[in-house]
Design a protein around this ligand. Structure first.
Ligand SMILES: Cc1cc2nc3c(=O)[nH]c(=O)nc-3n(C[C@H](O)[C@H](O)[C@H](O)COP(=O)(O)O)c2cc1C
Length: 350
């Protein structure tokens, strides 16, 4: 209730200031409650864990691992924290986050501002020791520092450092706001890069290693990246990050901002990328679907296109923290209407 009252107020503020204020509330612990039981039809076993429901919080909301206890309490089935880089960095100049309420989209060019791996680890460990939801599923999303020329070195350091702590690790090579990062998606670079990370992971732990990709890929690129990823032994994909595309119908002042676009406008594009990868991997590589999910129907569509789990961020900005519960209730109804007993039965069943 309190959260609902706060939304219009937060929407009047600059987007990043509103987020900082929200984080202050979330990390204070005052709103943190223990996660409620979910309907059993939503539970899914994956990566050696049982996800209580398929709706996760996407990376970027909590870059320093400060709010996962509160967010799990709001009903997310899992939370991904980061992107964390080895060293702290300030990111791009502000303002760097823009909302368009009329179309329910967001543009950001944050550039991985974060307090670095040391602070991140302290926060993460405090949660694992004292959190009300300390056994909840938390993935750690890793990236490289802007001024690091040897990208692999940063990823190796973070896979080594967080491998034993995370429930899963996400290798983020798809943010459009770190110059050159997306070049790592080129199969010629991707193959040796991922092979090396899998070696580092294998030497340390058996934590699932996922790769997060951009939506701005042609069908041919999806096919060659899928072939490449299958060769490397990574455990899953996150599809997708934000897009560089700017549909004409968006208001001009918003559309002209540089950065990655997310929200409703990304729904179909990411859906298509999920469909492509599901097909090219014969459904054998688990996919976490992200991009414009804002209700049960859009979450269900991604699952039917091949996603095993879902993530969202932008819709939270417009609808507030009761969104995961709302989506999960809707999913239970959609499953029943389709005569399915468990969410797993819907994966890839378009
Ligand atoms: C303000 C903002 C910051 C983000 N930061 C990150 C990030 O640090 N790392 C990452 O992998 N994705 C980041 N993302 C992308 C989201 O995790 C997600 O993939 C994308 O926004 C699509 O989902 P959505 O339409 O539900 O927001 C960010 C998105 C937004 C809106």
């Amino acid at each position: 209730m309190l959260e609902k009252l706060a939304l219009p107020f937060l929407h009047m503020m600059d987007a990043e200031k509103a987020h900082t204020l929200t984080m202050t509330g979330l990390k204070s612990g005052l709103v943190t409650r223990k996660a409620k039981e979910n309907d059993p039809s939503l539970a899914l076993s994956l990566f050696g864990r049982v996800f209580p429901n398929p709706i996760g919080l996407a990376a970027g909301f909590d870059k320093n691992a400060e709010s996962m206890d509160a967010m799990l309490g709001y009903g997310f089935g899992f939370v991904e924290v980061g992107t964390v880089t080895p060293q702290s960095q300030i990111g791009n100049p502000k303002p760097r986050v823009f909302r368009d309420k009329s179309s329910r989209n967001v543009i950001n060019r944050m550039g991985f501002p974060n307090e670095g791996a040391d602070v991140f680890e302290q926060n993460y460990q405090a949660f694992r020791e004292h959190g009300k939801n300390k056994t909840g599923i938390v993935g750690i999303n890793v990236g490289k520092n802007k001024d690091q020329e040897d990208a692999l070195a940063d990823y190796v350091a973070l896979v080594h450092r967080f491998g034993k702590q995370a429930d899963y690790l996400t290798v983020n090579i798809s943010s459009p706001n770190t110059p050159g990062l997306r070049d790592l998606q080129d199969p010629a670079e991707l193959l040796p890069f991922l092979r090396q990370l899998v070696i580092v992971r294998n030497a340390r732990c058996n934590t699932p290693l996922l790769v997060k990709l951009a939506p701005d890929l042609s069908d041919d690129e999806c096919k060659s990246i899928a072939d490449c990823v299958m060769e490397t032994g990574v455990d899953g994909l996150i599809l997708t990050n934000t897009t560089l595309e700017r549909p004409e119908f968006l208001p001009e002042s918003f559309r002209n901002e540089a950065g990655g676009l997310s929200g409703v406008v990304l729904q179909d594009k990411s859906l298509d990328v999920i469909r492509q990868f599901y097909k090219h991997t014969d459904g054998e590589l688990p996919i976490i679907g992200a991009g414009g999910v804002d209700n049960a129907e859009s979450a269900y569509a991604k699952i039917k296109a091949g996603a095993s789990l879902i993530q969202l961020y932008s819709a939270l900005v417009y609808q507030g923290p009761n969104l995961p519960n709302k989506i999960n209730k809707g999913l239970v109804k959609l499953l029943k209407a389709d005569g399915r007993e468990n969410i797993g039965e819907a994966i890839g069943q378009e």
